[in-house]
Design a protein around this ligand. Structure first.
Ligand code: 2AM
Ligand code: CA
Ligand code: CA
Ligand code: CA
Length: 266
């Protein structure tokens, strides 16, 4: 399958950053680590990967803007295009030697996500998507899982982070979901959670309190794999409010309803 020039640029940046992450993953005990907030770690590996992606994408598409986790927003001359980048999604896993982490790169054009790449270098799994062009893992076409009864499903989630509040809400959501599904998983990388839904490995996923760089590539991947994504209010403001609920058409709707069931109605 021939990849577009745009996806080639994104894949090259993601894989180069991924090789840097793999080298650092091999000697994680030597990395400098600092704290951005309670429980919120960043390492030299995150910054090196981000520098590589910034350099590669700036060279290939001069003038495009950026939104990156560690650098923040970088204005470009081209106001139509913006890269949304998480150089290392799953830093906590990475620092603990757990191979569930990924590079996530999305391209936004005139406010719409048009392409996405997620790469887990530890498992050499490369997810690619372009609007209207389908979703792929290592060049094999992806399709969301077909299960339509919640009781048959495995659902992924994320938990609220230290110092970010809303733990009470999450426990209610979790209790609601646990009562209706076959299994719940928590991988620790929102980008991979979304990629796994696109690949049909998990039937659905929900999380709140995320940032645009965690979800921009993954939500396009799911849509292009035939799935559905909304925010926790059932709207499409995921990038702004950082909440996502995903699955196939039936499971996405059922999961949203289950997650939001008020405590009193149980
Ligand atoms: P990160 O590893 O890039 O920071 C796990 O549920 C998801 O939440 C990951 O995508 C992770 O991204 C993000 N995350 C981890 N710690 C966080 C924190 N303290 N605040 C906000 N997001 C966090
Ligand atoms: Ca982080
Ligand atoms: Ca992240
Ligand atoms: Ca990150």
């Amino acid at each position: 399958m021939a990849r577009s020039a745009l996806l080639n640029v994104m894949v090259q940046a993601a894989m180069k950053a991924g090789r840097s992450l793999s080298r650092d993953f091999g000697e994680v005990q030597n990395l400098q680590v600092s704290l951005k907030g309670p429980g919120d770690y960043v390492s030299q590996a995150d910054r090196k990967a981000e520098d590589i992606i910034f350099a590669e994408l700036s060279k290939a598409r001069p003038g495009y803007g950026f939104l990156m986790e560690e650098r923040g927003a970088v204005e470009g001359e081209d106001s139509q295009h913006r890269w949304i980048v998480d150089p290392l999604d799953g830093t906590t896993n990475f620092l603990h030697g757990i191979p569930l982490f990924a590079v996530s790169i999305a391209l936004e054009r005139q406010g719409q996500i048009v392409a996405g790449v997620i790469y887990n270098p530890a498992m050499d799994e490369l997810y690619t998507t372009e609007r209207g062009g389908g979703a792929f893992m290592n060049d094999r076409r992806l399709r969301v899982a077909g299960r339509i009864k919640l009781v048959d499903t495995v659902i992924g989630c994320g938990m609220p982070h230290l110092g970010r509040g809303h733990h009470g809400n999450f426990l209610v959501e979790l209790r609601n979901v646990m009562a209706e599904v076959s299994g719940v998983r928590r991988l620790g990388s929102a980008a991979l959670d979304l990629a796994y839904v696109a690949a049909g490995r998990m039937d659905g996923f929900w999380e709140t309190g995320l940032s645009a760089w965690d979800i921009a590539a993954g939500m396009l991947l799911i849509r292009e794999a035939g799935g559905f994504v909304s925010d926790m209010d059932g709207g499409q403001d995921m990038l702004d409010n950082g909440s996502v609920v995903a699955g196939n058409e039936v499971i996405q709707r059922a999961l949203l309803k289950t997650v939001k069931k008020p405590l009193a109605s149980r």
